[in-house]
Ligand binder design. Structure first.
Ligand SMILES: *Cc1c(COP(=O)(O)O)cnc(C)c1O
Length: 395
């Protein structure tokens, strides 16, 4: 008789054989420009801590203040235990920051997609248009809906237009969803054209701005601000775990949209709210962004510097339009070897391989932060140069 759980061993072994088993490093310090792993300091090029807020003293001070006043836990889901005033304060601040009428905060960016997509397009008569490179949380959110999902080729407006026209006579609602910034290549969605195509056909537009929040737009106000599309994008989904340096997800739009999500979105109805420390830290993060553009400017300066230096060395940094800096290596095994050699040399930069990116485009994705100094980035460039030459990838 088969041992019921033997599939675990078999599948884990198969992953190890195929080189697809991931090792997760333990970080013994706060997330920052440098991190401690097994007692040694490494330059950190892995995190989405774009603005260096993960360990900012202003966030920590706000957490202490709020925990002293409100405690830690939210008690239960908001619709049952009541919603705590810090959550309302955060939602108002986020809406004002983004220039939206209202916002709802949920537990994570992943949950924000689960809150928005199946709630707005639940039925088999609905249709959802989805970019082929959308984030896994969008794909899973689409699976939770009974709607027909129509995938269009990545950022391909001709393919999108054709598919919008082929699906013109749907009985239910039509909704388009796209990442704002595509995380593996760092390219930006062609949102003005997408909005034009959708507006003419009465298709709702949802943009998931996880990598654009705190990065794109004036002072990090996001992709809608970047393109000046205020009032023309129906839902702006975002995360508070990247540039904001904390945890949480947000959906912003009209007051009525947010009212609807509060009543109907399952992550709001059936999962408890963020903890008080999360909310307090996020409040401090929004306040910092509202006060000054300095961190956002530093982030872009650092991203431009690293891209320019790596390109000058002969590396392929693909089509990134944001601080995300992919360094294309090619084969998965080579990218893993590259990452391992960087690690030996004191740089923490994980290899990203199939199925996260297409075969033959395995890469190191260097994530810069406003927390990096120019010396830190020079250190990275030197190490990339040495490993690249050793592996024969650059002259
Ligand atoms: C990171 C990311 C998420 C998930 O955000 P969390 O807050 O970490 O759950 C969702 N969507 C996109 C596009 C992302 O890049």
């Amino acid at each position: 008789m088969a041992v019921p759980m033997s599939f675990l061993t078999e599948e884990l072994d198969a992953m190890k054989q195929a080189g697809l088993y991931g090792t997760i490093r333990t970080i013994e310090s706060p997330q920052g420009a440098w991190v401690t792993i097994e007692g040694r300091r490494y330059l950190n090029l892995c995190s989405n801590n774009y603005l260096g807020l993960c360990n900012d003293p202003r966030l920590i001070a706000k957490v202490k203040e709020y925990v002293d006043t409100y405690g830690v836990g939210p008690g239960a889901v908001r619709t049952i235990a009541g919603t705590m005033s810090p959550h309302i304060e955060l939602e108002r601040k986020l809406a004002a920051f983004k220039g939206a009428e209202a916002a709802i905060v949920v537990q994570s960016g992943f949950c924000a997609n689960l809150a928005v997509i199946p709630t707005l397009a639940p039925s088999a008569e609905d249709v959802i248009f989805s970019d082929a490179l959308n984030h896994a949380s969008i794909i899973d959110a689409c699976r939770l809906s009974k709607a027909k999902v129509v995938r269009y080729a990545h950022s391909d407006l001709a393919d999108l237009e054709r598919k919008l026209d082929e699906n013109r006579d749907v009985k239910g609602r039509s909704l388009l969803v796209t990442d704002g910034v595509f995380s593996m290549d760092g390219d930006v969605a062609r949102l003005p054209e997408i909005v034009d195509l959708c507006e003419r056909r009465g298709v709702l537009v949802v943009v998931d701005d996880a990598h654009g929040e705190g990065v794109l737009g004036r002072g990090g106000r996001g992709i809608v601000d970047h393109f000046g599309l205020h009032g023309r994008v129906d839902v702006e989904v975002g995360t508070l775990s990247k540039a904001f340096g904390v945890m949480g997800g947000v959906a912003a739009g009209s007051a009525e949209l947010v009212d609807y999500l509060r009543q109907k979105a399952r992550p709001n109805l059936f999962s408890s709210a963020l903890t008080v420390p999360d909310v307090a830290a996020n409040l401090a993060a929004v306040e910092i962004l509202q006060e000054s553009e300095d961190l956002v400017k530093k982030l872009w300066h650092n991203g431009d510097f690293l891209k320019r230096e790596l390109k000058a060395l002969g590396f392929d940094t693909a089509s990134s339009e944001t601080p995300i800096t992919p360094v294309i290596i090619g084969e998965a095994a080579d990218a893993k070897a590259f990452s391992a050699k960087l690690f030996e040399a004191g740089v923490f930069a994980t290899a990203i391989v199939y199925p996260t990116v297409p075969k033959g485009t395995a890469r190191i994705r260097a994530m810069v932060s406003a927390a990096h100094s120019e010396d830190d980035l020079r250190f990275a460039v030197e190490r990339f140069a040495a490993v690249g030459r050793e592996m024969g990838l650059i002259p």
